[in-house]
Design a protein around this ligand. Structure first.
Ligand code: FAD
Length: 458
């Protein structure tokens, strides 16, 4: 079994099928460029590619390897929208701007579609996303779907519990919202493909090259690495939660969340009988229980988020227990891959996209919704730098907010635990209500002379 950080890419399911990355060395000579991007995750890579395509010189500094963490280890669901829910966004910025932000999120979604569809190894797969409820409040689920469709023109459908149970044979599930256009990718190969495309257009990417000091003041900014320096007119900070030491004030605005993922051994035909939905599934609001079928008959399942970085092997049993709760029919399941990745949540669950001071740009805080939003953010920053486009200003209402330090992490962890147990209790009550309703319906049917007669006939 592959587990833990014994390799650069954390022993993930994606690693054995990764395309061979280009050999990239450390930066050893001083460079003068238009733009220096710090961080080669999806955010930094998209920004670099979009800037270099517009004719400016770009260097990317990566402390470790291209897409070694969140960008190359995630569950690969590409969805529209943001981490923050639409109601909260409307409350913050009003309906008109919320619509415009949603449209930007869809542009990011389409960017990934257009670029991954034919990319070698990116495994672009259409199939949709089913966001399932574990309680019987179907009216709320339907109302939410209606809001998305009516106010944002989103392609979503409300599915009642009966329809959900046709494709997901779980005793836990009720109604759902389906996003039929959502798709999945192999995120590591997608990121490596973006890096190769940026390089083909002229960007230079250096690995094992951390920016250890950044002086963002002045017209020409100075970025120091252990082996050489870079001078640039613009700096794009795309380091996510790993930026820590070099920019502590910015790092403090992100809450680091570790999420654990497993991929099971092949489960045979039974898996597709139980989960016939072809796309991705999530059954909670939190970073828990997101899953999809991979490799024909394996289950990839993520969740059990913590505000500390744990050993993925320790989360295998809890994740298996989550699978067993949702799909007891699967019986004993073996794990073949277990890994972890770290995302960075902002307090408002919206990304940090904008100019911190003249020529010093921030592109971070994409949370668990980063595949479409890193694409959108990378393109917005490129347009801002090269074309003086001001669209990024739509994110200004979501300013940098301190994430609360250790206290914030403790509060978030307590919230996760509380949320999970509240969710479990609500689910249990809903299932009990359903059981009683089914018994009552059965009794009525048995007591009705017509149905008794027809039952007798059949
Ligand atoms: C387990 C997991 C599952 C997820 N599933 C999904 C999903 O299904 N769908 C979805 O939309 N989103 C998902 N996400 C979220 C998504 O993966 C992230 O939001 C996104 O990849 C963040 O990209 P990034 O470029 O901002 O950060 P990262 O990928 O973390 O990249 C930042 C890079 O910056 C580098 N860096 C930091 N500091 C420095 C420095 N000083 N010098 C040089 N380099 C530096 C780091 O080494 C790192 O490589 C998931 C995340 C996780 C962890």
């Amino acid at each position: 079994m592959a587990a833990g950080d014994t390799t650069d890419y954390g022993g993930s399911w994606y690693e054995p099928s990764m395309v061979t990355p280009l050999p990239r060395g450390k930066l050893t000579v001083d460079l003068d460029v238009d733009v220096c991007v710090v961080g080669a995750g999806l955010a930094g890579l998209t920004a670099a590619r979009e800037i270099v395509r517009r004719g400016w010189s770009v260097v990317v500094l990566e402390a470790r390897r291209v897409a070694w963490n969140a960008s190359g280890r995630n569950t690969g669901f590409v969805l529209p929208g943001f981490g923050a829910d639409p109601e909260t966004i409307i409350e913050r910025v009003g309906l008109e701007q919320a619509r415009s932000l949603w449209a930007l999120s869809e542009a990011g979604f389409e960017y990934v579609r257009a670029n991954s569809r034919d990319m070698p190894g990116a495994e672009y797969a259409e199939g949709g996303w089913l966001n399932v409820s574990k309680t019987d409040e179907e009216a709320d689920t339907a109302k939410h779907a209606d809001l998305l469709a009516r106010e944002f023109g989103a392609a979503v459908e409300f599915w009642p519990a009966t329809r959900v149970r046709d494709v997901l044979q779980s005793p836990l599930y009720f109604g759902a919202i389906q996003y039929p256009k959502a798709f999945t990718i192999h995120p590591l190969n997608y990121a490596l493909g973006l890096a190769a495309a940026a390089e083909a257009a002229g960007a230079r990417i250096f690995e094992e090259t951390p920016a250890i000091e950044i002086d963002p003041d002045g017209v020409r900014k100075r970025i120091v690495t252990p082996t050489a320096r870079v001078r640039a007119t613009h700096v794009v900070l795309a380091g996510n939660v790993h930026i820590g030491r070099v920019m502590p004030s910015i790092a403090r605005t992100l809450l680091p969340i570790s999420t654990y993922i497993i991929t099971t051994a092949p489960l045979g035909e039974l898996l597709r009988e139980i989960i016939s939905y072809p796309g991705a599934v999530s059954d909670t609001e939190l970073a828990d229980n997101h899953y999809r079928v991979v490799g024909g008959d394996r289950l990839m399942w993520s969740g059990r988020s913590t505000t500390w970085r744990g050993d993925p092997r320790r989360y295998m049993r809890p994740l298996l227990a989550d699978i067993r709760r949702a799909y007891p029919q699967l019986g004993d399941v073996e794990v073949e891959y277990a890994w972890t990745g770290m995302l960075g949540n902002t307090v408002h669950r919206m990304p940090q996209i904008g100019e911190v001071s003249p020529g010093f740009w921030l592109l971070s805080g994409f949370g668990g919704h980063g595949l479409n939003t890193t694409a959108m953010g990378g393109e917005l920053i490129a347009r801002a730098i090269v074309e003086d486009d001001r669209t990024w200003r739509q994110f200004m209402p979501f300013e940098l907010v301190w994430a609360g330090g250790l206290l914030g992490r403790a509060a978030m962890q307590a919230y996760y635990w509380g949320y999970r147990s509240r969710e479990r209790i609500k689910g249990r009550i809903a299932r009990e209500r359903r059981r009683k309703a089914e018994i009552a319906a059965h009794r009525v049917a048995a007591d009705t002379p017509d149905s008794a007669a027809s039952a007798g006939k059949s």
